[in-house]
Design a protein around this ligand. Structure first.
Ligand code: CMP
Length: 143
């Protein structure tokens, strides 16, 4: 089974969309194996978004993601990374397919509601940044 890292960003939390977003993933069939709310320390944000260092939006992105709490989660399921990416839609909400989370709730690339890993390798890296191994659970679920 594959795991992916998802994070409801400050705009999603502030707008009260956490339950709606988690519910979409649960109903789809992805299993929650890790979940927490946190205010991201600056250094952790810079590590998480390290691939964007040097880009013009890096500073504002780090300022924003550390400005207010996020809800971080690890979801598990078959092809979890690509399933979650399909459900989120394109990074720019204006280009996201209708019905996706970003298309439904977002209007701005910098306030696009949710982050999700873009590959299984990124997922492993990002899960390791936000969760200690003992914070992830392992259980079977009736389906
Ligand atoms: P996310 O999936 O969290 O990964 C990087 C984030 O940078 C992205 O979502 C956007 O919210 C943010 N961002 C802000 N401006 C840009 C931009 N011009 N291009 C890409 N990402 C941007």
């Amino acid at each position: 089974m594959e795991r992916t890292y998802l994070m409801v960003k400050p705009d999603g939390v502030q707008r009260g969309l956490v339950g709606e977003i988690i519910s979409r993933f649960e109903k789809k069939g992805l299993k929650i194996v890790g979940l927490k709310m946190l205010r991201i320390p600056r250094e952790m944000a810079e590590t998480h978004y390290g691939e964007h260092k040097g880009k013009p939006f890096f500073g504002p992105l780090v300022d924003y993601i550390t400005s207010s709490p996020v809800v971080a989660m690890v979801l598990e399921g078959k092809d979890a990374v690509s399933v979650a990416r399909e459900m989120m839609g394109a990074t720019n909400p204006l280009k996201a397919a209708p019905g996706t989370i970003r298309a439904t709730y977002g209007m701005d690339i910098g306030r696009n509601i949710i982050h999700g890993s873009d590959s299984p390798e990124s997922a492993r890296r990002e899960i390791g940044i936000f969760f200690r191994p003992e914070e992830l659970t392992d259980y079977s679920r009736a389906v």
